[in-house]
Design a protein around this ligand. Structure first.
Ligand code: MTE
Length: 303
């Protein structure tokens, strides 16, 4: 047990990296009283970038969560209305153990790790985010994926009374996303339940959201209530809305431009006006881990 009394860790005391590195030590030292079951593991950091994370302020005030509005500051303003406890995720389709899993049960036994990931939005901005989460593969193994399953479909909660954006048009709610099974099983793919050592902020997709760091941010679906293993490629919100602009794969690819803008560079949120744009990396810099998944595929066609 740490000597320090384990008081609640607040967003407001999480700011610069130096402070937070200490927090990291606390996290891996298993702080009693912290709501998240953070497990100390030998491989903490194995999948993390060295890049300095964005501040919590940036990560929680510049969001895309269209259920709460179309502006970047709408989620921070309105997501507080979302009830995230109790929360259940229904898992079905081609699995051996389908059912509705209460969140606590869903994460039980899954080793929660810290992953500092680069995050690249299709709108050509990026952040670096210290998530806490567990590998989706661990959950899929637990529910037993059947041999005929080829894809994983995800669905966000549909609750128009709490989500003002869902009362309007524009998107065929609820938000849906999907991955090929091998993408879902890749160790980089996590279900995140927190960031910066805190429970997941509502504007970032509380209580549980997907994070797939080599793909554009829109694949990382928030506030998940349903996971379905399927034989057919599932429909996805953005592909359905604008198929010429958003594909099923959505791998970060500086060589394939969006029809309306270049994907070659990105603006790092918080970098300041004089920082200049950064070059976008193939697979957002995770090529070593994931390029083999797409061997032989034409990524200009399968965008
Ligand atoms: N999930 C839902 N349900 N609704 C959304 O509007 N936006 C996506 C993705 N997941 C979105 C979503 C997009 S476009 C991005 S870039 C990321 O969430 C943003 O995640 P962040 O706000 O945590 O940075």
């Amino acid at each position: 047990m740490p000597a320090r009394a384990p008081g609640p860790l607040r967003w407001s005391d999480v700011t610069p990296k130096a402070t937070w590195i200490n927090r990291r030590a606390l996290l891996t030292g298993a702080v009693a009283g912290l709501a998240l079951p953070v497990v100390a593991r030998a491989d903490v950091g194995r999948y993390s970038t060295d890049a300095a994370p964005n501040t919590l302020e940036e990560i929680t005030n510049y969001n895309n969560y269209y259920e709460f509005g179309w502006n970047k500051d709408d989620p921070a303003a309105y997501a507080g209305a979302l009830t995230t406890d109790p929360w259940a995720v229904s898992i079905g389709g081609l699995v051996d153990r389908p059912g509705s899993y209460d969140l606590a049960d869903l994460i039980k036994g899954q080793p929660i790790e810290e992953r500092i990931y680069r995050f690249r939005c299709v709108e050509a901005w990026s952040m670096v985010i210290p998530w806490q989460g567990f590998q989706l593969a661990g959950l899929l193994d637990r529910v037993g994926v059947q041999a005929s399953a080829k894809y994983v479909a995800f669905e966000t909660v549909y609750r128009p009374d709490e989500m003002p954006g869902q009362r309007g048009g524009g998107i065929n709610w609820p938000y849906v996303e999907g991955l090929r099974l091998d993408e879902a099983m890749n160790p980089l793919t996590i279900l995140a339940t927190g960031l910066y050592g805190e429970e997941m902020p509502k504007q970032n997709g509380a209580p549980i959201r997907l994070v797939v760091p080599w793909k554009y941010g829109f694949k990382s679906i928030k506030s998940i209530v349903k996971i379905t293993l399927t034989a057919e490629q599932p429909r996805t919100t953005w592909q359905e809305l604008q198929p010429s602009e958003y594909g099923f794969y959505a791998n970060v690819n500086p060589e394939v431009d969006h029809p309306r803008w270049s994907q070659a560079t990105e603006r790092r949120i918080g970098a300041g006006v004089f920082a200049g744009r950064e070059e976008t990396l193939m697979f957002n810099g995770y090529g070593e881990e994931v390029a083999a998944l797409y061997a032989g595929m034409d990524l200009a066609v399968n965008y």
